[in-house]
Design a protein. Structure first.
Length: 631
């Protein structure tokens, strides 16, 4: 997605408490992201929160609604009511404030793309009503030569009446002229050769478009001394006006490929969600107690299928992958869409207690009721689950500079949709019963903080079966350790370093019968990242930035091959280097921030896995330039 604007003084690295992941506007730092934590996808799992309130997210949230996000795992999740095994994506929403601020952001990025934002924070009634509003236009260009255009806007008023606060919001993101990004698949024990940089292999006429909208409201009320209510209701929708999936099915190591395209009819997806939390807090500065009861629910409507299949290489014909293979636009014929629905309601209760200098405890239990259905031309299938779920964690502080914790949490998480090249593409998949056990140590020394944790997460595992359906074939276990070191090494040098090392293993009927291997697709054993920022005296504080990121080799296929000695297909390890600078200054009385970064400096070529034997080109060397001014 295009970079999103932020205020001139924002700095994701300085705002971070650890190296486990966070974002502010256009900047992202740390080893985890909204779509990857400990080898899983917390956003897909339904583990997003808006200012601490449960949120079932489908669409992108734009700025002037949200400031950024923080990934909460281990120590950073200790304060969360009803935590989740795959980690929490904690969205921080904007505070419109009580002073007028305008922000102009001009971004030049990624092979010629650009974004322009104009944002305002405006007080309307002193101390009671203020609002934030932003509009944007831009485009994104990718290393495979494709591009898209986008329009976005966001609106968030804030009303404060005594102890009552309400923040309604609207977030809209609209993609147009979205050129199809072809997928390459491998029919055997080989990785296709990457196409030339900036060569668009898609059809000129296959341009998609979608409307992404999220709106809702959050409410906070101090009912009485120690008694508080916090809640929210949201609707997140993705409406595909046009959508295409183009696939080059590479048949051999020479690059001979079958070529086809799937065109989708109009498809609508939306998720309604809500949560209400009632808490009672009492105690003092030394010992505090917080009892919480809550209820949450959601309803999803997911349309899929009804697609038209166009075969550009009928019979025995093939084309060389990496060369353009253009065809005229055919007359498209669509059938009825499939419909997936799910309803989920949960009731929960918990206790969070803190004893300053001694420790912290968080325990909870919830009962969830899950019902889902999927309707296609063959009929309707249904799935149900009604488990009891629980969480318990304990943190101890044996010394002012030392903290220890351990915890266990179970969950019923979303599994997203089947990938686009599956026989059941885009089908809503059943929920997953998950479990996480973790523990760790935190050490504070000087201006540095070090965290080391061990974890084990268990979930059902989905992959392609013999009929190319994306379905459950076993269970997956991610067992590993993660580390974070963050802080000021000197008055000028800020360091943020993180790594996760784990042993991801698949077990079950799929591995027992030899249908799939023991490594989950796309999950490396080692992932590490170091972010550095060095402030100089040049131009009153020019700061140089850099990052090094490494991923070990990762499985590219779920199946094993005799030609590889019974092993799965693997992609090689990759290491990338980013360099840049940031500089804050004023023009008159206007604060301005200029930032340049060059990503993947050494132009490391790589594939990204999107499913077993399915790839898209990774981003190559490119530069981003931002000029942000507050007026």
């Amino acid at each position: 997605m295009p970079a999103l604007a932020q205020q001139a003084g924002a700095n994701a690295q300085k705002d971070a408490d650890d190296a486990f992941g966070g974002s502010v506007g256009m900047e992202s730092v740390g080893i985890y992201s909204e779509t990857e934590v400990r080898g899983f996808n917390p956003q897909q799992a339904g583990n997003a929160r808006i200012d601490g309130v449960y949120f079932d997210q489908l669409a992108l949230l734009v700025t002037r609604v949200r400031e950024g996000s923080t990934i909460r795992v281990g120590f950073s999740a200790l304060d969360y009511f009803a935590p989740s095994p795959t980690g929490i994506v904690a969205w921080k929403f904007l505070d419109p404030g009580d002073e007028f601020v305008g922000t102009l952001s001009i971004d030049k990025h990624q092979y010629g793309g650009n974004t322009e934002w104009l944002d305002f924070k405006t007080p309307l009634i002193d101390g009671k009503l203020s609002t934030a509003f932003g509009i944007a236009h831009g485009g994104q260009h990718f290393s495979d030569g494709t591009s898209m255009h986008m329009y976005a806007w966001g609106l968030m008023p804030k009303l404060t009446l005594g102890s009552f606060e309400i923040k309604p919001f609207v977030s809209g993101y609209f993609s147009r002229q979205q050129e199809v990004r072809p997928i390459a698949t491998s029919a055997g024990p080989f990785v296709p050769k990457l196409a030339r940089k900036l060569r668009n292999l898609g059809q000129d006429w296959a341009e998609g478009g979608s409307n992404n909208n999220t709106h809702g409201v959050t409410v906070k009320v101090d009912i009485a001394d120690g008694l508080k209510f916090r809640g929210g209701a949201f609707r997140s929708s993705m409406n595909y006006r046009k959508n295409f999936t183009e696939i080059y099915a590479v048949q051999d190591a020479l690059g001979n490929a079958k070529h086809f395209l799937l065109a989708d009819p109009k498809q609508d997806k939306f998720a309604n969600s809500w949560e209400g939390l009632l808490s009672y807090h009492f105690g003092n500065d030394r010992i505090s107690h917080n009892f919480i009861v809550g209820a949450r629910g959601r309803y999803r409507h997911i349309e899929s299928g009804g697609s038209d299949f166009i075969d550009f290489t009928p019979g025995d014909a093939t084309v060389p992958y990496g060369e353009k293979d253009q065809h005229g636009k055919p007359l498209l014929h669509f059938s009825d869409v499939n419909l997936g629905r799910l309803r989920q309601v949960a009731l929960a209760a918990g206790y969070i207690g803190k004893w300053h200098g001694v420790g912290h405890i968080n325990i909870g239990i919830n009962k969830t009721d899950y019902n889902a259905s999927f309707t296609d031309p063959t009929g309707t299938t249904r799935s149900k689950a009604s488990p009891w779920l629980y969480n318990a964690s304990l943190m101890l502080e044996p010394a002012p500079w030392l903290s220890l914790y351990g915890g266990i949490v179970t969950g019923l998480e979303d599994n997203g949709s089947a990938p686009e090249n599956a026989a059941n593409r885009n089908e809503q998949l059943p929920a997953l019963k998950t479990k996480q056990v973790d523990g760790g140590i935190q050490v504070r020394f000087g201006k540095m903080t070090m965290v080391a944790s061990a974890f084990q997460i268990e979930k059902p595992y989905f992959a392609f079966d013999a009929g190319s359906r994306y379905t459950r074939l076993g269970s997956v276990r991610h067992r590993g350790v993660e580390m974070s070191v963050i802080g000021d090494v000197t008055g000028r040098l800020h360091v943020m370093a993180g790594a996760t090392m784990m042993d991801p293993v698949v077990t079950g009927v799929g591995t027992a019968t030899g249908l799939i291997g023991k490594r989950p697709v796309g999950t490396p054993k080692l992932h590490g990242r170091i972010d550095l920022a060095y402030r100089t005296d040049l131009f009153r504080g020019l700061t140089f930035t850099g990052a090094v990121e490494h991923e070990s080799r990762r499985a590219a296929s779920s199946v094993t091959y005799a030609a590889l000695g019974g092993s799965q297909l693997f992609l090689p390890s990759r290491t990338t280097v980013d360099l840049g600078f940031r500089h804050g200054f004023t023009i008159g009385k206007v604060p301005v921030n200029l930032r340049l970064e060059v990503l993947n400096v050494f132009d490391r070529k790589s594939w990204d896995t999107i499913a077993s034997n399915s790839f898209m080109p990774g981003e190559r060397r490119h530069w981003n330039l931002w000029l942000i001014a507050d007026f």
